[in-house]
Design a protein around this ligand. Structure first.
Ligand SMILES: Nc1ncnc2c1ncn2[C@@H]1O[C@H](COP(=O)(O)OP(=O)(O)O)[C@@H](O)[C@H]1O
Ligand SMILES: [Mg+2]
Length: 237
């Protein structure tokens, strides 16, 4: 058993009086790709926001041996967690290139930053071609590539990906899942939140099912694909 890179235990998040996460526990090992599936409103985005300390929570989050509970969000990035949020949140008026460079805002290692930009361009060649274009002028799928690329420019040990395939064309979705696979193969651990269970289980080694703020199933992706309820509700077969 490998020591977990990320260990979340009994995580509870409230929005006012509403309970969004109700005692969530999960782990991600170094270099592992883990999926979190679940319907709209289950608490998937809240889980990623709590890990990156964008929302307050009770419970325990330990990353790389350090507790994150009281850490400021920028220190979480410095510790090695980069969050690619739902809805992308690009700087619409800035160029693609500038958006990518902003992902490295905490870094001073210029040569390594240049190498990482090369790596992002190799992963998503269209971003090199469109480097001087305003981010707002890109298609939804291309903007998602910028958002993932920007998160990679922070050199994460753990990448948090929130619904990378929502609302984008099929061809670009395939390219994005191929890139997610490559990012993992290069050694970066990924916690992937997805509505498209089939695509997520195709790249993840393990998965958790989140419903109403609680983990109701967990296991290997192969077991998820065979699970009757997962098949009926989330795979539509
Ligand atoms: N900022 C917020 N204020 C109040 N309620 C919120 C807020 N963000 C999310 N919620 C609620 O918390 C629950 C979980 O939301 P979310 O984490 O976005 O779910 P998911 O990403 O699985 O669709 C939902 O009931 C949602 O309406
Ligand atoms: Mg969400």
């Amino acid at each position: 058993m490998r020591l977990a890179l990320l260990e979340v235990a009994d995580l509870v998040v409230h929005y006012g009086k509403a309970l969004a996460l109700d005692g969530v526990s999960l782990s991600v090992a170094a270099g592992e790709l883990v999926a979190v599936l679940g319907p709209n409103g289950a608490g998937k985005s809240t889980l990623l926001k709590a890990i990156s300390r964008a929302v307050p929570s009770a419970g325990h989050i330990v990353f790389d041996g350090r507790p994150l509970d009281d850490m400021a969000p920028h220190l979480v990035v410095a510790a090695g967690i980069c969050h690619c949020p739902e809805g992308r949140h690009l700087f619409a008026e800035l160029t693609v290139r500038k958006n990518l460079e902003l992902g490295a805002y905490l870094r001073r290692d210029k040569a390594a930053i240049a190498r990482d930009l090369e790596h992002v361009h190799a992963l998503f060649p269209v971003l090199r071609a469109r480097g001087a274009q305003q981010a707002a002028t890109l298609s939804g799928g291309e903007q998602q590539m910028v958002a993932i690329g920007r998160a990679l420019m922070g050199r994460p040990k753990l990448l948090l990906l929130d619904e990378p395939s929502v609302g984008i064309a099929h061809r670009l979705k395939i390219a994005i899942f191929a890139a997610i696979r490559q990012i993992r193969e290069a050694g970066t651990a990924i916690l992937l939140v997805e509505q498209d269970a089939r695509s997520a289980l195709g790249v993840a080694s393990r998965a958790y099912l989140l419903e109403h703020g609680q983990i109701v199933r967990e296991g290997l992706s192969e077991a998820f694909i065979r699970d009757d309820r997962v098949r009926r509700v989330y795979l539509g077969v």
